[in-house]
Structures are given as C-alpha cells and as structure tokens.
Design a protein around this ligand. Structure first.
Ligand SMILES: Nc1ncnc2c1ncn2[C@@H]1O[C@H](COP(=O)(O)OP(=O)(O)OP(=O)(O)O)[C@@H](O)[C@H]1O
Ligand SMILES: [Mg+2]
Length: 593
C-alpha cells in the first residue's frame, strides 16, 4: 500500500477523537478559549447535557473576520508568541480545538472585536456552510450543535444527558474555581445553575461551587518550598465524602487530573481518614513554567513535573503539618444526614464567612434535636442509667487553659462529660484514646523509637509464608515501632515484645493485623507511609479504654493530653472525637435566651 498525506478534514476528525470525546471536553476547550481571550464574564447555556447544543458567550477580545477564518484552521493559534511551549501562559496553545470541534459538529462562531463590527461563520462537520455579518456585543459567541450527529461511532458512546451534564458541570466548576476574577454563569435546559460574581475570594468561590458548609469546615493552605507554592483549601478530616470527586487540583491555573497529586493527597490524609472516605480539597500549585511540562496530553489535563518528589513532598508534608496545627479542632457541623434528622425547627442561619474560620467551637446548630428530646414526655427507663457524676470540686476552667474543660462524669462507660468555660463538652473516650495512642507511637517513631514491653512468654504466630516474608522484611521498622518479631521457620514468626503504649495487646491479633496491613498496601507507597499505616492499625489495638470505667483523674488526664496532641480532633477514621454544646445553646434549650 502506498503512503499518502491525509486530507485535512480527516486529520481534524482524528484529532477530534482525542480532544473532544464528549460534550464536556468541547465545553472545556471553548471556555478555555474565552478565558484566554481575556473575558471578564463567561455565560454557558447547555441543552440536554450539551448533546443537543452548547452556547458559550464571552466579552473577551473577539476576532476579526480574517482571524475567524484562521481560528478554524489546524495549528493556527495566536497564543505562542515564540517557539517555547514552557513560556506559555494561556490555557490553549495547540491550535487544534476549534477545527477539531468543527469537524464533528455544527459550529457557529460569531465574534466582534471592540470598535469593529461582528462576523459569523458556520461550519458543519468540517464544511463552511455560511458566513456574513453578525450583530452581537463585543466578544465571541460559540454555538456547538448536534455534536457527533454524523459520527455514529462516537455518538454511540455518549452517555445519558444527565451524565453528560454532570461531566460538563465538573469541567465548568474547575475552570470557575481557577479564575475567581471572572464572572461565570451556567444554565441547563433553561434552569439557572449558578451565577457567580467576579472578584470573590478564591476560598469563597470554591465553597459556593462545592458545598457552602466547606467554609466552616476547611483550612486555608499556603505552603512554599523552593520555587513551588501550594495554596487553596482543604477540608478538616471530619468533613469527608464517600467519593473522591471533590478533589480539585490546578497547576499554574490549569485544572489537572494527576495521579501523582491524587496519591499525595491520599498520603496526606492517610491516617486521618478511613480508606473509603475522601477529603474535599481545592489546591492550586504554582511553579515556574520550566519546572512543568503541560504538553503531555492533547486534552492538557495531565502534567509532568521536573521534580515530582518536591511537589509530592510539599503536599504530603505541608498538608499534614497544616492539618496537625489544627490540633484538637473537630468538625463544626454534624454529618448532613444527622442534621436533617434534627431539623424540627428551622436551623439558625449559619455564618457564611471564612473569617470566623478558627473562632467558634464545633457543632453550633445543635439545639433543635435537644428541644425535640425535651418535649417528648418522659418515662422512667427500664434500665438504670450508667452515668456517674463527680462532685464538682474544681471550678470551671479558663477557656484559654483548658478548652476541653474539666471532667464532670462519664456516660455509658464511653463518653466523658466535661464542663468548659463556654459550654458542655462530650468526648468519645475510645476514639480520642485511639488517636492519642497513634500520636504517641508517631512521636516515638520520630524520636528514639517506641518503648517496648517484653513478653514474659514469647508468642508464636503462625501465618502463611508470604505474610511471614513481609513481616520479616519489615522487622527493623516494626522494632522501631515497638514490635519485636523474628522469623520462626517458614510459616511462623515469634513475637518477643509489643509497644508499651498499647498496654497488654493480644499479640496474635496484633501481628495478624499488621501482616494484613503490609499485604494491603500499594507497593508505590513509601516505607515511611507504610509504617504510618501500621501505626494506625496498632493504635486500634491500644484503645484499651473502650467501655472502661474511668475516674475523674483519668478523664482529666485524657482531656489534657488531647489539648496538646496534634490532630486529636478526629479519630483515625475521620470521625470527631469530641463535640461541644455552647453555654448559649444550653440556655436556649431552657428558654432562658
Ligand atoms: N472566544 C474567543 N475569543 C477570541 N479569540 C478566540 C476565541 N476562541 C478562539 N479564539 C482564537 O482562535 C484560535 C484558535 O483556537 P483553538 O482553541 O483552536 O486553539 P488554541 O486555543 O490556540 O489552542 P488549543 O488547541 O490548545 O486550545 C485561538 O488561538 C484564538 O486566537
Ligand atoms: Mg483553545
């Protein structure tokens, strides 16, 4: 077979395969063009998830009739001033989005530069069908209709209008987050979805686009190392989701979906969340163009860092540090489902501002539930309550000294009731203690190693050979963590000591769990992270205080330790370890306020 050059229409259609695989991808390209054109307002209207039609209007620089013709030609771009891709500051640079879209849809472009008149070009599946003057305000209006109508192989792969819409919304959300200086509006099938003002603070825009409650449940991130800066918002571990959809990552203002970055996020929250829970984050990474290659993928959603370890290290280390600086801070609002169950009265309007981020204590909107409880008629319980109250000898503390208060009693052998200067604190002693044990193990790891308590009788644990191999390979690190094991034949290990912090754990179960943990890890995880996971597993075994009767001295010791321990506001699975009912809430319950 002889070699021939492909006709341009075919080349465009082949490129379209990569660049516009669904409506959301085409939308991304045209909205990026509007951003690159310097628009201050971008309005998007979708019909049937963008399958039937997408209209994008901007008030950017517009194009002259001559530019309009060029824009539809392959590899024609106004965006690369010199030959160096690393110097590109625009979202586009390949000069192929518009011709690709035009080859698989009916594309109408109307455009008008300031001080000139407008012009229109209609291209139907690669063929120019109409051109002439157009009336519109300065800027550009792009209409993409009947996407893939003539490309049945592609059309077949489109999902329902609903899921195409979800993908389009995701694209627009990301671009709108990247540029709070631009106003964005979205309409779907005639319904207004959002209308965002220009000039919002970035964290405010993120909260408006993702979840307004994020404003009260996130921390502001701002980290710098060498030439890399990472800023944005990250949810408290207690504010988590069942899916990883709400992780928005940007490199030099470009939304990306990058495995390295996603992995780093997972590592940063590793022991703060159960493995099936995910944080909500919007992180903006800025670094010099020479440090990152954006030309890795036609859709430009992947990047390659020159120094991936630096970026990863900054995310993992910096985010962990930022989260740990939150100390015992816990979620400010109970889970959405729980809150709904409590809505017997309209909830008090919650403060929207990020300004109060570090001010108020957690769980401010609690009272309605308590009101509901209180109004239910009281009958004597069948079982005597288990609570024990202590005589209130100590005066209520100064909040600055003891934010978690002075212990007053224990309920169900599980919850500590404490009186703080400004309210009533409830602590889940099991969850809190587990957290303290983990932080203790970590401190030991970072320092001299964790103190070991030798077993009077070494214990033999039988396991399959690969499990024994893994334990043997990790023996040195496990010793650092206070677990002393040795290989004992092909199918067993012998345990000689366990961490003193754990009290008297069941050595059999402990070692089996560690072996499972070692097997479950992604080999890509660094050793330090693997050991950290093991520490979290061990902490579960150390929570000897679950269901245990504590005296006031022990309870106070736990509270004091929580106050000085990093990350003690959530257990190792991301649940809160304590909640507070403010004095004002209590007074409202009794109608005193
Ligand atoms: N909304 C718009 N306003 C003004 N000019 C535009 C607009 N959309 C496209 N253009 C012009 O058309 C050119 C071609 O756009 P196209 O999206 O095909 O390529 P690109 O943005 O340069 O690169 P890429 O393929 O990476 O997106 C742009 O370089 C720009 O000059
Ligand atoms: Mg473009």
């Amino acid at each position: 077979m002889s070699i021939r050059r492909l006709p341009e229409s075919l080349v465009n259609r082949i490129a379209a395969g990569e660049v516009v695989e669904r409506p959301a991808a085409a939308l991304k390209e045209v909205v990026e063009n509007a951003i690159d054109a310097g628009a201050s307002r971008i309005a998007v209207r979708l019909s049937e998830g963008g399958i039937a039609q997408m209209v994008v209007e901007d008030d950017g620089c517009g194009m002259t009739p001559a530019d309009l013709a060029l824009a539809l030609e392959r590899h024609a771009t106004s965006k690369l001033p010199d030959e160096a891709i690393e110097n590109v500051v625009t979202l586009g640079f390949r000069g192929e989005a518009l011709p690709s879209i035009a080859s698989v849809a009916r594309l109408t472009i109307e455009s008008r530069p300031a001080g000139a008149s407008g012009w229109r070009r209609i291209v139907d599946n690669g063929v120019l069908v109409e051109e002439g003057p157009a009336a519109l305000p300065p800027g550009t209006r792009l209409t993409i209709a009947e996407l893939f109508a003539r490309v049945p192989a592609r059309r077949k792969f489109l999902r329902s209008a609903r899921s195409e819409y979800a993908a389009a919304l995701d694209v627009l959300r990301r671009l709108a987050m990247a540029r709070p200086d631009i106003a964005f509006a979205l309409e779907h099938d005639g319904r207004r979805i959002f209308d965002l003002q220009a000039g919002q603070a970035r964290e405010e825009r993120v909260a408006l686009l993702v979840d307004r409650a994020l404003a009260d449940n996130a921390i502001l991130v701002d980290l710098v190392r060498e030439h890399v800066r990472i800023s944005g918002v990250a949810s408290l571990p207690t504010f988590n989701r069942g899916v990883a959809d709400h992780q928005y990552l940007f490199v030099n203002g470009r939304p990306v979906k990058d495995r390295l970055l996603v992995g780093a996020l997972r590592a940063a929250y590793a022991d703060l969340l159960a493995r099936d829970r995910h944080p909500v984050v919007a992180l903006f990474i800025d670094l010099p163009g020479t440090e990152v290659d954006v030309n890795v993928h036609p859709a430009k959603t992947e990047v390659r860092f020159r120094d991936p370890a630096l970026v990863r290290g900054l995310i993992v280390g910096g985010l962990r540090r930022t989260l740990s600086e939150q100390g015992f801070r816990s979620v400010q609002r109970p889970a959405a489902g729980m809150e709904a169950a409590w809505q017997v009265e309209p909830a008090a309007p919650s403060a929207p501002a990020f300004g109060g981020l570090f001010g108020a204590g957690p769980v401010r909107d609690l009272p309605p539930a308590m009101v509901a409880e209180a109004t239910r008629s009281w009958t004597a319980p069948d079982v005597m309550p288990q609570g024990r109250a202590e005589v209130a000898l100590a005066p209520p503390p100064e909040s600055s000294d003891h934010p978690l208060g002075i212990a007053r009693g224990q309920i169900a052998n599980t919850y500590i009731v404490a009186e703080a200067e400004d309210g009533l604190v409830l602590v889940d002693q099991h969850a809190a203690h587990e957290r303290l044990v983990l932080e203790g193990l970590r401190a030991g790891l970072a320092g001299q190693g964790v103190a070991v308590q030798g077993l009077l009788l070494p214990e033999v644990v039988e396991l399959d050979e690969p499990a024994c191999d893994r334990l043997e390979a990790a023996a040195v690190d496990l010793a650092q963590l206070g677990v002393e094991i040795e290989r004992f034949g092909p199918g067993a290990v012998v345990v000689r000591g366990t961490p003193a912090l754990l009290g008297n754990p069941d050595a059999q179960r402990l070692v089996r769990d560690i072996a499972d943990d070692l097997a479950g890890f992604d080999v890509a995880l660094g050793l330090a992270e693997r050991i950290d996971h093991v520490a979290a597993t061990m902490a579960c075994h150390g929570s000897v205080r679950a269901g245990r009767v504590l005296n006031v001295t022990e309870m106070n010791a736990l509270l004091r330790q929580m106050e000085v321990t990093p990350r003690s506001g959530q257990c190792n699975h991301g649940r809160p370890t304590w909640v507070k009912l403010s004095m004002g809430d209590v007074e409202r319950l009794f109608g005193r306020k």
